[in-house]
Design a binder for this molecule. Structure first.
Ligand code: NAD
Ligand code: WQD
Length: 344
């Protein structure tokens, strides 16, 4: 049984990926410092899969503790590196926190891989590296635009660090996955997104408004050059995203590729506007979402959606879930969170 280190494994995408890895027979070791997640996530993973993954409360920035962790779990076969801070606004206020956390974590892992004979790493990147693409849908060949935030810059620099490090070490292999907008939750509603404080992202704000935690959703702008004037994104079900990681890990471990680095867009290929998301959510849940149109949010890209054909053809992966099902799953998760809060 292959053993996979999942950094950030109690986080949103990491927890869903852990579930899919365990379902496929992988053994998972999670490293997370719980800076943006809760230890209870392990209960959710165990409820779904019947297996509690190994867990280490370690900060990936701490080289010595990471080194000891690799010693303890001797035979790690591959790493999926999710651990990072991801709030765009916070990164503008605290750039050094983002550069230190996101880049030192990655550097530590890349440095420790050859020492502990781990050859393969999957890296979480983002469509944010494309900024506002000139051509849509955006392919992996599109130029990388000047980063809009320190967070976005950590993903661009992170990709460059991987390229430079692998160029100097022929034994290492990596798959870089550029996610579009992950939303939704596991169908069991046992795990999902746990936003900290007031959500910055659209979907948690929609579900929290629907459940009455927030009075009103603000739609940031309806004067964009899009069919209904609101911004357009490629929203992808988090479980579809998780499954792509399992395929990527297998591709590396089973040596299905000779390329040292491959980069894939993970999106649906379909762009949806903010207003379409709100309307579809109301339609599938039957719950109203009060909203008002306000001014544009600074730094927002007008429209972006993926050309996922490279991932479709090469990985044999497609985003299978409908947006209706995805929004239903997000709502079920929000309701489950509310139920838990009442119990506590
Ligand atoms: P998340 O915050 O839910 O998960 C990240 C996890 O990493 C958290 O559990 C956090 O506690 C942990 N962590 C952070 N810094 C750490 C450190 N130094 N050491 C150990 N653990 C640490 O975020 P997510 O949405 O699951 O994102 C996972 C990855 O995907 C991140 O790299 C993020 O930048 C990237 N990404 C996310 C999105 C998105 O919209 N959610 C889009 C594109 C890329
Ligand atoms: C989606 C749309 C908002 C909240 C961010 C990061 C990006 C990536 C994914 C990690 C936009 C609108 C939102 C609200 C709104 N993360 N909106 N009202 O901005 O596409 O991307 O998450 O890599 O790097 O920048 O996602 O969910 O914040 O916004 O109208 O209360 O919803 O303007 O058009 P975004 P988002």
């Amino acid at each position: 049984m292959s053993k996979i280190l999942v950094t950030g494994g109690t986080g949103y995408i990491g927890s869903h990926t852990t579930v899919e890895l365990q379902k496929e027979g992988f053994e998972v070791v999670i490293v997370d410092n719980l800076s943006n997640s809760n230890i209870d996530v392990l209960n959710g993973i165990e409820k779904i899969t019947g297996i509690r993954p190994a867990f280490e409360n370690i900060d990936c920035v701490d080289y010595v503790s990471m080194d000891r962790m690799f010693e303890k779990y001797q035979d790690i076969d591959a790493i999926i590196h999710f651990a990072a801070n991801k709030a765009v606004g916070e990164s503008v206020e605290k750039p050094l926190m983002y550069y230190r956390n996101n880049l030192v974590s990655l550097i530590n892992i890349l440095q420790l891989m050859p020492i502990h004979k781990v050859k393969s790493m999957v890296f979480s990147s983002s469509c944010t590296v494309y900024g506002q693409p000139d051509i849509l849908p955006v392919t992996e060949q599109a130029p990388i635009k000047l980063a809009q935030s320190p967070y976005g810059n950590t993903k661009q620099i992170g990709e460059e660090i991987i390229h430079d490090t692998l160029a100097a070490n022929a034994d290492l292999q990596s798959i870089i996955l550029r996610y579009f907008n992950p939303i939704g939750a596991h169908a069991s509603a046992e795990i999902g997104e746990l936003p900290n404080g007031v959500p910055n992202n659209l979907l948690p704000f929609v579900t929290q408004t629907a459940i009455g935690m927030r009075k009103q959703l603000s739609v940031f702008g309806n004067d964009y050059n899009t069919p209904d004037g609101s911004c357009v994104r490629d929203y992808i079900h988090v479980v579809d995203l998780a499954k792509a990681h399992v395929i990527a890990v297998k591709r590396l471990l089973e040596k299905n590729t000779n390329a040292q680095i491959e980069t894939f867009n993970l999106g649906t290929g379909r762009g949806l506007s903010v207003l379409e998301i709100i309307e579809t959510f109301i339609k599938v849940t039957g719950v109203d979402v009060p909203y008002k149109i306000v001014g544009r949010r600074s730094g927002d890209v007008e429209k972006v959606w993926a050309d996922p054909s490279y991932a479709n053809n090469v990985l044999g992966w497609t985003a299978a879930e409908t947006v209706e099902e995805t929004l239903r799953s997000a709502w079920a998760w929000e309701q489950n969170l509310a139920k838990r809060a009442e119990i506590i």
